[in-house]
Design a protein around this ligand. Structure first.
Ligand code: PAF
Length: 282
């Protein structure tokens, strides 16, 4: 397994694989890998001949006052975990390799899809995500790229970008991976102290409650999200950013669950903002 830091090294390696007729899967990450990332890499390894993992804490998707500086990083550990999961190449560029000095070109998607949910609290986030993901697609030229369902809005945004900018690749969505007690795996879980870690279970409990109500026949989005909110509000360390039902593809708010509905939440536990969701489809 190779760790490379330049775009040219990735391109050369991928071109060589292509000459040999091999298919390539890309798993974009911000590093500090956990079992959620490993499940993406394993899936990519099962569906492609070679797997590239990008490991880059992307500054353009963090807003002012967010956790860019403190975001956990450990490339040696990441390399070990990526290899175990079946990757052949890790792309770990410095920021100045990814963004040439003075770079001022962005992929800036408009509409509810980026303005709703996380876009309300993080108005420049998806511009940063689209820009880096588009760049990674251009550098690694994968046949398939793998993203977690935990970032459901990100997934919808990336699918739309791929359609609208004619990227010639398949987006593969992978299920949320959870700790044994239900907490969705996230690199940001490492910020939680013991009391917060316990409090953070309120997210998966709210998801369980919401999906149970939907499975039991409730279709009124306000009733479902109100019940989820009430449960979260019982936890003193939790502060709700949003609990909302939207169309899973367009991220347009829904008053009733219909088609493929996404019920998503973002909750601060202490200073740490965590997300979780479920999809309901009839
Ligand atoms: O989901 C993430 O970790 C990031 O948003 C991504 C897709 C790697 C882009 O930096």
């Amino acid at each position: 397994m190779k760790i490379v830091t330049s775009k040219d090294e990735v391109r050369q390696q991928v071109r060589e694989w292509r000459r040999q007729g091999l298919s390539v899967g890309l798993v974009p990450t911000m590093g500090f890998l956990h079992e959620g990332h490993q499940s993406l890499i394993e899936r990519a390894a099962a569906e492609n001949d070679r797997v590239v993992v990008s490991d880059f804490v992307n500054p353009t998707q963090f807003g002012a006052g967010e956790d860019l500086a403190s975001y956990p990083r450990d490339i040696e550990r990441d390399a070990r975990l990526a290899q175990q999961a079946g990757a052949q190449l890790i792309f770990h560029p410095p920021a100045e390799e990814m963004y040439v000095p003075g770079a001022s070109t962005f992929v800036d998607m408009q509409g509810d899809i980026t303005a709703e949910l996380c876009g309300r609290t993080r108005p420049t986030h998806f511009r940063g995500v689209c820009t880096i993901v588009a760049k990674l697609f251009n550098i690694a030229m994968p046949d398939r790229a793998y993203f977690g369902q935990k970032d459901a809005q990100q997934l919808a945004v990336i699918r739309k970008m791929v359609r609208e900018l004619d990227f010639d690749l398949e987006i593969v969505a992978c299920p949320i991976v959870r700790e044994a007690d239900g907490l969705a795996k996230s690199s940001r879980n490492t910020y939680l102290n013991a009391a917060e870690r316990k409090a953070a279970l309120v997210l998966s409990r709210a998801v369980e409650l919401g999906s149970r109500l939907a499975a039991g026949g409730e279709r009124d989005a306000d009733k479902i999200t109100a019940a989820m909110r009430a449960l979260i509000e019982e936890e003193p360390l939790a502060r709700i950013d949003y609990v909302k039902a939207v169309d899973a593809d367009t991220i347009q708010p829904l008053s009733r669950l219909q088609g493929r509905s996404l019920v998503a939440l973002a909750v601060y536990i202490g200073d740490t903002r965590l997300i979780d969701n479920f999809i309901f489809e009839e």
